[in-house]
Design a protein around this ligand. Sequence first.
Ligand code: 13P
Length: 255
Amino acid sequence: MNPAKRRTVIAGNWKMNFTPAQAREFIANVTPLVAGKDNCDIIFCAPYVTIAAAMEAAEGTNIKIGAENVHFAPKGAYTGEVSAEMLRAIGVEYVIVGHSERRQYFAETDETVNLRTKAALAAGMKVILCLGEVKEQRLAGITDEVVGMQTKLDLAGISAEELKNVIIAYEPVWAIGTGLTATPEQAEETCAVIRNVLADLYGAEVAETVTIQYGGSMNDANAAELLAKPNVDGGLIGGASLVPEKFAAIVNAAQ
Ligand code: 13P
């Protein structure tokens, strides 16, 4: 983290978990544990049908609720999809775009990730843009090239002004849901590579202001070490974001 230069953001990605009632209960339980922890932004990204209940439960707290995806078209024949305007209409401020599970299971590409990012930004939302290498790419020694290419393609056509509303989540795919975490050194190295690419695209001054989270089996036991690295500005947390005590411990590590 480097709080002097950029905001630390601890975000939960609930994935396909929590009914509205379960979300209300979770928020009620986690709220007292994270109250007053103002050195980071705290966000939970929820399934579409759970967003409204979670927002209601989080009203008046330091917790914000986001969505897990958004479609790029303003409206039309896209069965099962949700537009940026629809999310804004219910007060959603944050949205995850480009998660590796979307890329892997739902055929999302850098091109559609870029379009979704643009649609969310145009609607006035803040985007948590996920990218990261798969295991074979890390083993082949091409992680830097892969994340560099994703950064460039996913942000194509996005201005420095718009970039103020983009958080990047570096999520090595081999570390997601596997219990394998990147070492703090690996996380730092690749987050720094992403920042260098941002510097090429937008200039060093702008790049220094962008929050770059790490995601991939971040938990209560490893968060402090990861967040101690200067280029790791927060976390995007899956499994541990479903357990109030574990999530709160990560928020504490960011204080
Ligand atoms: P886990 O924390 O369960 O590995 O998930 C990480 C993730 O995919 C967050 O978006």
